[in-house]
Every structure is written in C-alpha cells, then in structure tokens.
Design a protein around this ligand. Structure first.
Ligand code: PHE
Length: 456
C-alpha cells in the first residue's frame, strides 16, 4: 500500500545510523576507492573526492533522508506524492530502482570474490611472490562456474536476509563490524607504512599532481565514487529515512555517516598504496578491479600469522558488503511492494532473479567468456561498463534531480521544517540551502555535461 502508515521505525537514532552506515561502508570504500584512486592518478583524485563529499554529497544525503522521513514512502512514491499532480518526478524514483538493480548486478560479483578470498587466504592458497598472486587472481576470476556460484551465493544470502527478518541481527552485527574493521585497517596501515618503498606510495597518495585537476574524467570518476560510497543518488537513503522517527536529528546523523564512511575509504588508501609501491614493478593504473586482491595477499604474507589475519579481513569485508547489498536490493523490492502491491516474498524472488540475469555477463566477463571480457566496439569488460554507467552517470544524475526536486519543487523551506521537526537543531540551515539549491545542481550538471562532451 502507498499510505505507509504501517511502516516500522528504527528503535533509536543509533539503529538508523548503524543501518545507514552499514549501507554506506562496503566494497565502495575498500575496493572501489583505492581502485579509482589508482586509475584517477593518485592524490589529485583524493582531493576532488573530498570536495565532492563535503560540498555535494553531504547536503544531498540530508535532502534524501528528509525526503524519506517526510513521505514515509519508497523513492518513487516519495517523488510522486510530493510533486505537483501529473508531473513526471516519479521517474527519479524509478531511475533509482534500475540503478539499485544495476549496481547490485556487478557488486555481487566482487562480493563473491571477497568471500572466496576468506578461504584462499586462510588456507594460504594465494601466496608467494607478486607474480604468482596476480596469476592466481586471473585464473580464479576467469573460472566461470565458480564465479557464477559465488555470485548466486551473495544474491541468495542477500535475498534470505531481506526475507528472513534476520535484518535486526545484521544491524546489531554492524555495531561490532565497524570498530573491528577500523582496528584491522589501522593495523594494516601501520604495517604497510613500515614496508620498504612505502614512502613512494604515500607520496603518490598524498601529494596531488595538479595537472590532473584539468582532466574532467577525474572529476566525473570522483563524483561517481563519492555517490557510490555514500549510497546516494538512487534512493537507498530515502528508503532508510522513511523508517526514521521524527525526533531524530537528521543533520547529526549525516555527519556521523559521512565521517565514518570517508575515514574507512581513506584508511584503505593508506594500506593499498604504500603496500603496492613496496612491490617492484607495481602500476596502480593498470591493476583495475584486481588491485586489492593482488596487493593485500602480498601484504598479509609479510605479517606473522598473516593468513589468519587476511582471512579475518576478508570476512569483515564480506560482511560489510552484505550490509550494502541488502540496501541495494531493498530499494527495488520496496518499490514493487509499495507501487505494485506485490507481497514481499514475490518482490524479493522476482527482483533477485532479474538481478542475477544481469549479473551473468559481469560474472563471466573476467576471462571466462571472450565476448563479455573484451566488448566489441567499446572495449573493456562488462563489469567495468556496468560500474561506469551506474556509478559515474546514473548516481550523479539521480543526485542532480534530487537536489533540484528538494531545492525547488518540494521546496527547501518544507525540507527545513522536516529537518527541524520536534525541535531538532540544524545549525547550518542557510549553508545547506545554498549548497542544495545552487552548488549541487550547477556542479553535478557541469561535470556530467563536460564528461559527455569529452566522451562523445
Ligand atoms: N555504499 C556502498 C559501498 O560503498 C554501495 C552502495 C551504493 C549501497 C549505493 C547502496 C546504494 O559499498
């Protein structure tokens, strides 16, 4: 039903912060961020990323949560109900549904790799010198049957969690997961910083090559990565906000989520680059999606008991990935339940089935099937294509439309009433209004237009 009266709410603000942080922290931070830094030229990318997070993504997160809490609906319903009658704003919600399914289709492949690496590191199957570790990764990702099985495992686990009501357990687990992940990352960062050659990596990561700031593709990739990492631009935060109680301060919650998510991404970089550059012949640009799977096992092999340490790390990363996949699946599922009146069960089964079909080419595109591994005309593999379409274009476009909607259609003053409901404080109101009404649409719009002009 579209009324949303029967919606449950989070037990407390910390329940919401945990679930939202669980959605935000995942492969985007530990796999995506270092990979993008490597491809985007190091510290210049980091700089642009941080600016995007502060000036564009944080205000949009506030807007999404307010939209969700005010409407108490899934994204398409929220846009439809708050827009003037007969307008087409529901399309933004629908775009989010497609984007959730699209991202999940490649995300589940990478999440499958992290699960496999729990076993590979625990049993020391992946070890030896850099060359044999690279070779191991290539042989593993080009095994079609194993990859399909792992992808279905991830999708099956996600669907079971959404259906089985063990979500509360998962959210409670997030409470332990985040501190454990941060501690493990800190230990690894200290180890990586003490490896021979680490200074080169730190330099690469922290000293921006200003010439890269003239490259519009760096802006596009950083913007897309910021949206992806913070779970914005597709309605995940609208959906989670729709379960948030009115007494909770949205501004303060956003600050927490953004700080935790950014901290974890930055930490991952402090591990990968010093460790990577300590390996001779390391080239961050050409490593692609295999970057963490080839650099980390090498790092673990320099630590006493490294295989157990590595297994614990990939276990935590798999759990962090699962708290993100449930939010990715939740958006299309709650859409079908709210707008089509399907039962939750039917929605989960049908949506998961469709996502699996779309995941097949990503799963088989890393060497198993030539057509998907080296796409005709455009080149590159299917997984990279998916990541580019959904992360670099779909999410920022969703964010652009959300900022226009909240700033000008629903209107900032109504959003502000929601942000200050029940006496909650929102001290940066005028800054937020300026960012949502002007900075977000102008900056995102210019980056997308410039990228399109350069690409086509
Ligand atoms: N933010 C998640 C991550 O960093 C991925 C995600 C994107 C989840 C969009 C939900 C929505 O892994």
């Amino acid at each position: 039903m579209d009324t949303g009266h029967s919606r449950g709410t989070w037990g407390s603000r910390s329940g919401f912060i945990l679930a939202a942080t669980g959605s935000a922290v995942g492969l985007g931070n530990i796999w995506g961020f270092p990979t993008q830094v490597g491809q985007g030229g190091g510290a210049a990318f980091v700089l642009v990323y941080l600016i995007c997070v502060l000036l564009i993504c944080a205000p949009i997160m506030v807007a999404e949560i307010a939209l969700g809490r005010h409407s108490r609906l899934s994204p398409a319903g929220a846009f439809r109900n708050l827009a003037p009658a007969d307008s087409s704003w529901w399309i933004v919600g629908a775009l989010g549904v497609a984007t959730g399914a699209g991202i999940l289709s490649f995300y589940s492949v990478i999440a499958g790799w992290t699960i496999a690496y729990i076993w590979f590191t625990a049993t020391s199957a992946v070890s030896g010198n850099a060359e044999s570790i690279n070779h191991f990764f290539e042989a593993f990702t080009s095994n079609g049957v194993v990859n399909l099985a792992l992808t279905s495992l991830v999708l099956g686990a996600t669907a079971t969690i959404l259906l089985g009501g063990v979500r509360a357990g998962i959210e409670r687990a997030t409470k332990m997961l985040m501190p454990a992940l941060i501690v493990l990352l800190l230990i690894l960062a200290v180890r990586a910083a003490t490896l021979p050659g680490a200074e080169v990596g730190l330099d690469y990561y922290m000293r921006p090559d200003l010439a890269r700031l003239l490259d519009v593709s760096v802006f596009n990739a950083a913007l897309g990565q910021a949206f992806f990492s913070l779970s914005l631009g597709m309605g995940a935060m609208i959906t989670y906000g729709s379960y948030l109680g009115r007494r909770e301060a949205i501004g303060a919650s956003t600050v927490w989520i953004v700080i935790l998510d950014t901290l974890i991404a930055l930490l991952a970089g402090f591990i990968i680059f010093p460790a990577g550059f300590s390996i001779s012949g390391f080239d961050p640009t050409s490593s692609g999606p295999g970057l963490i799977f080839t650099v980390l096992p090498r790092l673990f092999s320099t630590i006493p008991g490294g295989n157990l340490f590595g297994a614990a790390f990939f276990l935590l990363l798999s759990m962090a990935a699962l708290t993100s996949t449930i939010s990715l699946l939740e958006v299309p599922v709650s859409h079908c339940v709210d707008t089509r009146g399907w039962s939750r069960w039917k929605a989960v089964v049908i949506v998961t089935g469709c996502v699996f079909l779309l995941a097949i080419p990503s799963s088989l595109g890393n060497g198993a099937v030539g057509l998907f591994s080296d796409l005709p005309i455009i080149g590159g593999n299917f997984l990279d294509l998916m990541a580019t379409i959904w992360n670099n274009f779909s999410l920022p476009i969703g964010g652009l439309l959300t900022s226009i909607f909240v700033g000008r259609v629903w209107h900032v003053n109504r959003a502000l009433d929601e942000l200050c409901a029940e006496g909650a404080s929102f001290p940066v109101a005028s800054l937020w209004i300026f960012l949502v009404k002007w900075v977000c649409p102008v900056a995102i719009g210019s980056i997308i237009i410039a990228t399109a002009l350069v690409t086509f």
